[in-house]
Ligand binder design. Structure first.
Ligand code: ACO
Length: 322
């Protein structure tokens, strides 16, 4: 059986760091409230002229170098994002061109914070079907460009960044199982009220801001993430005790702790970046994976469960050996 396996990872974070102290000067909040309710201490914010593709290119270069592949080797580019450069062409084609990757399959997909998990799952299927040999898979967001910096309910949560992986066929186990889900009945709990066919004129004005009923999102997230983690483990016939690492979506430290508890995993086995990155939506899981690998904690051959939950709601998990 051929698996798909991660051959290299990379991440990019914008230069500008916004601390909780900076936010205290902008809205009625406190470092104490933000840290205790969310776990966030600082977040990176992209420059006004910086785009999602700019960040992806930097993350991709590192992942490609790590995997030892050049632009000519890549035959598929997939980006999970809700903040693409343009409505069209899709952001993966822009990244492809900037990296000098020859003509290939290139598309983006939108699943809010679950975007990377959806993208990785899709690339895994192409590789297992023999239709791709070297996929560049990214999760990236300039989500702070959607944030209303006057709304304390949401502005303290988010940050920007990009994470990239190179996925290649392998005879050794890489991705073992994937589980995806979505339920549109929850749309009103978390959404951005502007799209091409809805309220386009409100984009970037005071009338458009991320709409979130945080405490309701919290409850559904914990319940659903528990179920989706179990689904990926059951599909593979793997017990939670066998897991070496949990690499969760970094929305809120309390959601991460609740997930770790459900999986009986001590926090030492969980990669946590929410304090430094905030919620970077689709970028959070690939960036956390890269952090864990680069600081030497996550090692080749170890069993990793990645999971995410976001607007839609969408959710997903991937079980893999590095
Ligand atoms: N500073 C100070 N007080 C605040 C702030 C702030 N930044 N934000 C809200 N508050 C206040 C509220 O106004 C409220 O005050 P009130 O009781 O006087 O009305 C109080 O704090 C409690 O508000 P809650 O919303 O109940 O606080 P909660 O403990 O639920 O924490 C949070 C809010 C952090 C948003 C939490 O609910 C959460 O993390 N939810 C999940 C978010 C998430 O996972 N999103 C999914 C991914 S995002 C995506 O897909 C794009």
């Amino acid at each position: 059986m051929t698996y798909s396996r991660i051959a290299g990872t990379g991440r990019y974070l914008p230069e500008r760091i916004m601390t909780n102290a900076d936010l205290e000067k902008m809205v009625d909040t406190s470092d104490e409230w933000i840290r205790t309710r969310t776990g966030v201490e600082r977040r990176h914010v992209c420059a006004p002229d910086q785009t999602t593709s700019d960040m992806c290119v930097e993350a991709a270069k590192i992942a490609m170098a790590e995997a030892g592949v050049g632009p000519e080797d890549v035959d598929m580019v997939i980006t999970g994002t809700t903040s693409p450069d343009l409505v069209f062409p899709n952001v993966s084609t822009i990244i492809q061109h900037k990296l000098g990757i020859p003509a290939c399959t290139a598309f983006s997909l939108e699943a809010a914070c679950t975007g990377f998990i959806y993208a990785l799952t899709t690339a895994d299927k192409f590789i297992k079907a023999g239709e791709a040999k070297c996929a560049l898979v990214m999760g990236a967001e300039c989500i702070t460009k959607l944030v209303d910096w006057k709304d304390r309910n949401t502005c303290v949560l988010f940050g920007d960044g990009a994470g990239a992986v190179i996925l290649k066929p392998s005879e050794e186990a890489g991705i073992i199982s994937c589980a995806l889900g979505a339920d549109g009945q929850y749309k009103d709990l978390l959404y951005y009220p502007v799209g091409v066919s809805t309220n386009l004129a409100a984009a970037g004005t005071d009338d458009a801001a991320i709409m979130m009923t945080g405490n309701e999102v919290f409850k559904v997230a914990v319940k659903t993430l528990g179920a989706i983690a179990k689904e990926a483990l059951d599909k593979a016939g793997v017990s939670k005790e066998e897991l070496d690492w949990l690499v969760p979506h970094q929305a809120n430290i309390r959601i991460i702790q609740a997930m770790a508890k459900r999986l009986n995993m001590p926090m030492e086995k969980v990669i946590v970046t929410v304090q430094d990155h905030g919620n970077t939506s689709a970028a959070s899981v690939p960036m956390a994976l890269d952090v864990g690998i680069r600081d030497g904690r996550v090692k080749k051959g170890e069993l990793i469960l990645m999971e995410a939950f976001g607007g839609g709601f969408t959710w997903g998990s991937v079980l893999m050996r590095l």
